[in-house]
Design a binder for this molecule. Sequence first.
Ligand code: ADP
Length: 599
Amino acid sequence: MSKEPKKKEGIARLMELAGTKKAGLTAACTLSVLSSVFKIIPFFTIYCILQEIIRQFSSGQGFSFGNVSHLVLITAASAVLYGVCAYSSAMLSHGAAFDILYELRMKLMEKMGRISSGYYTSNTQGSIKKLLIEDVEQIEIFIAHSMCEVAAAIATPLFTIIVLFTVDWRLTLVSLLPIVFSFIILAAALKKPDGAKHQKNMADCKAAMEGTIIEYIHGMSVIKIFGGTKNAFKRFETDMNSFTKSVHDTAYYNANGMGMYYAFFGAQVLFLLPASIIMLNNAENYYEVLPKILFFLVICAGLKEPLENMMNVSIDSTKINVGLKRIDDLLAEPETVLVGNGKKLNSYDIAFDNVSFTYPNSDVKACDRVSFSLPQGSCNALVGPSGGGKSTIAQLLMHFYEIDEGIIKIGDTDICEITRSELVNNIAYVFQDSYLFNDTIENNIRMGNKKASFDEVRAAAEAANISGTIEALPDGYNTIVSDSTGLSGGEKQRIAIARAILKNAPVIVLDEATAYADAENEAKIQAAFSRLSEGKTVIMIAHRLKTIQNADNILVMNSGRLEAVGTHDELMENCSLYKDMVDANERRESWTMRKEAVS
Ligand code: ADP
C-alpha cells in the first residue's frame, strides 16, 4: 500500500508555500550568515591588535602602527561588509515576504471561492478574518525578520565558538559550561509531558477570544437594540478569563525550568572570573594572558544575545506553526466538485430527483427525498414554515453543497457535470440582504455583466425601478456605495435586481425580503421582480404569500420534505398547511391595515 507523504511543518512548509520566492529567501539567509561572520571578525582583530600593543610595550620596543595596520584595515572592511550584507539581507527578505504574503492571500481567497458555503456558517467571521489577516501577517513577519535571524542565530554562536577555540580552548570550555547546563535544564523542561498541550490551549483560547471580540463588535447594534449587552458581554468575559487562565497555567507550568535555564544561560562571567584568576596566577607572561581574558570577558558577555535569538526564533516558529496549520486546514477544505466535463446547458427546466441532504454540522435532513420538476420559463415559489428547507433547495441548485443522494438537473444536465462558471453564468441569485461592494453604483450593477456599456447599465437600473434614485444622488452612477450613501434596504435590493437584469441569466433565484420599508418601495420591488423574471425559469423563496398567488407552481416545504406542489387554487383545496398559512397571512395583513388606519 502506498504511504501518504508526510506533511511538512514549520520552516519546511513555509519554504513550500514560498514557491518561486525560495531563491530570494535563500540568498537573504546566506547574506544574513555572512553578516554575522563579519560582525565577529572585528572583535578578533581588535584582540590581535591589543595583544600586539601589549607585546610591543612590554618588550620595551614602543608602539609601531605598521605592525597592526593590516589588522585595522581588516577591522574596518569587516564593519563595512557587515553593514552591506545585513542591509541586502533585510531588503531581499522583506521583498520576498511581501510577495509571499500576496500570493498566499490570493491562494486563500481563490480557495474560499471554491469551498462549500457551509464553511462560512460553521466558522465565525472573526476566525476567517484572523486567518486572512493575522495568521498570514505573522508569516510575513517571520519571513521578513525571523527567518534571517534563524540563520544568523545559528551562524553567530557557531562562528564565535570557533574563534574562541582558536584563542584559548580552556577558557572556551569554561564559558561553554553554563550553556551546556542550561540546555540540559531546558531539555528536561521541554520533555515535561504537557508543555505542547499548554501552548496549544493558550493559542486556541486566544483565537476564540479574538473571534468573540470581532463578533461582539459586528453585532453591537443588534445587541443594543435587543438589550442583550450583559449576555453578549458574558461570553466575551468568559473567553477573556479562559485566555488569562491559559496564560497563567502555561507560565506556572514552565516557571521553574525556564527560570533556571535563563539563570545559567547568561552566567559565563561567573564561570570565567575564577578561571581567569587561576590563569593569571599561573601565567609566565601577562601580555599573553591579559588580552585573552579581556577578549573572553567582552565576547562571552555578548554570547547570550545570539543564543537567546535562537530560542526566540524557535518560539516564533511554533507560533507560525499554529497559523500555518490553520492555513493548511483551509487549503484542505473539500471543494464543491464543479469541475464538470465542459458540458454546456441548452435548456432550463429544473428538476430535483429524490434529493436528500444533511448539512455537514447537523444530523437532521434539511432536504429529504425531494422530487419536483419545473418547466423552462415557469414562475415557481417555495413556501413553508421557517426552517422548512426553502433556502436549502435554492442553495443546492446553486451547488453550494454536495447532495447526499439524488440528482439535480438543469435542462437534461446533472449540475455536477457542468463547470462552476457555466453554472453561475446561467443563474442569477438575488439575495434577501443584497450585498453591495464599496465601489461605484455603476460598477456594482456592472458586476452582472462586465462587458455592459453605460447605457445598458442605465437601462437595467430603469427596469429595476432604481434609476431615479441613483440620478438624484450628487454623483449619480459614480456614487461610491458606503454606509453614508444613505441607500435604504429596498433601494439596495433594487440595485441588486438591476445587476441580475443586466446578467440576463435564464434561471433566476429570488430570495424575497421579509420586510420592505414602505408600500411604495414594495410596489417598486415587485415591478422590478416581474421585469427580471420575464421569460426566465424562476424560483422564488417567498416569505409572504400574497405575492405568489399567480405563480405557475407553488412548492410547499415542511421539515425538509416537499409536502405539496400545485397552483394557489389547487393548494387551497388540497394542502391544509398551505391553507393555514394563507389564512394566517390574511389575518396578519388585515391586522396591519387596521393598525395603520388607527395611527
Ligand atoms: P427555510 O429557508 O425554509 O427557513 P432552511 O433551508 O434555511 O429553511 O433550513 C432547513 C433546515 O436546515 C433547518 O432545520 C435549519 O436549521 C437547517 N440549516 C440551515 N442552514 C444550515 C447550516 N448552514 N448548517 C446546519 N443546518 C442548517
